[in-house]
Design a protein around this ligand. Structure first.
Ligand SMILES: C[S@@+](CC[C@H](N)C(=O)[O-])C[C@H]1O[C@@H](n2cnc3c(N)ncnc32)[C@H](O)[C@@H]1O
Length: 258
């Protein structure tokens, strides 16, 4: 597969989805210029052509069924919105709220969902007592695991890195009682130097795991631990896999850096 085509098909789905909408829109615009009688067609035909075309292009570009349904419905939703009176602030405010909660994971393709107490206890069991080790949670979410671990291992130091501003703020507030040994940083996990930690924990999604594996191999010291909740790292073999109750297929994968 040519390089440009590979980069495009591996780009985030949101980029491909918007690219498909833009391309189909330009194609339909050109068509209406070239054949003016087509402009007499009812609006729903144009909307269907826009949505259907973008969904078909999405199929060709490897978008999943949910994305294709979204492609099909988007022009109808936009036209409904254009025909109904809503406060001009509503959509920008909704978009801003979504961005504040989910924006950080958009390009990394990691949504917000929380690990449960079983995962926190499995993590705790892997941290030896009485050792001043440093641990980072990459994509710390609402800070649940870090707060729990910092309470139970006061001698260790914990850092959470979170890219979504509102989620970071909630985690920052939640970890205030353990601020002595737990800090929260707003920013991207890709900017964190993993060499500074004896334990690195991540609960992300399948998408960023190959990149995370390469980063860990380049930066983490021999003997340090990389813990991945559920999603395996393709280049590495886990030393252990600890099943986690409460979520089908969930496990804690333990990688020791060689
Ligand atoms: C599945 S949640 C995990 C929450 C927490 N670590 C836990 O185990 O409960 C993943 C989090 O990673 C964040 N995230 C996604 N991409 C990120 C990035 N590039 N840098 C920092 N955080 C990111 C998301 O905003 C989300 O809050």
């Amino acid at each position: 597969m040519p390089r440009l085509q590979r980069i495009w098909t591996e780009s985030p789905p949101v980029v491909r989805a918007l690219g498909a909408q833009a391309l189909v829109f330009l194609a339909l615009l050109s068509l209406s210029r070239l054949f003016p009688p087509l402009r007499a067609l009812p609006a729903w035909v144009w909307l269907l052509a826009q949505g259907g075309g973008a969904a078909a292009l999405g199929l060709f570009w490897g978008l999943g069924p949910w994305w294709r349904a979204f492609q099909l419905l988007l022009p109808f939703a936009l036209s409904w919105q254009a025909m109904h009176q809503v406060s001009p602030w509503f959509y920008p405010a909704a978009l801003a709220l979504l961005f504040l909660v989910y924006g950080g994971g958009l390009l990394t393709r990691v949504p917000l969902y929380n690990s449960n107490r079983a995962a926190w206890e499995a993590l705790l069991a892997l941290l030896p007592e009485g050792e001043p080790l440093r641990m980072v949670d990459l994509g710390a979410g609402l800070g649940g695991p870090l707060r729990f671990l910092a309470e139970h291992r006061p001698e260790a130091r914990f850092l959470g890195v979170e890219a979504s501003p509102l989620v970071w703020l909630l985690a920052w507030l939640r970890t205030r009682p353990v601020r002595a040994n737990c800090t929260m940083r707003l920013g991207s996990l890709w900017k964190e130097d993993l060499g500074a930690f004896e334990v690195v924990y991540a609960f992300l999604s399948p998408a960023p795991m190959p990149e995370l594996g390469r980063k860990a191999l380049a930066e983490m010291a021999p003997g340090s631990l990389l813990l991945s909740h559920t999603f395996p790292i393709p280049e590495l073999r886990p030393e252990r896999s600890i099943p986690l109750p409460g979520r089908p297929g969930a496990c804690l994968l333990v990688y020791r850096m060689g």
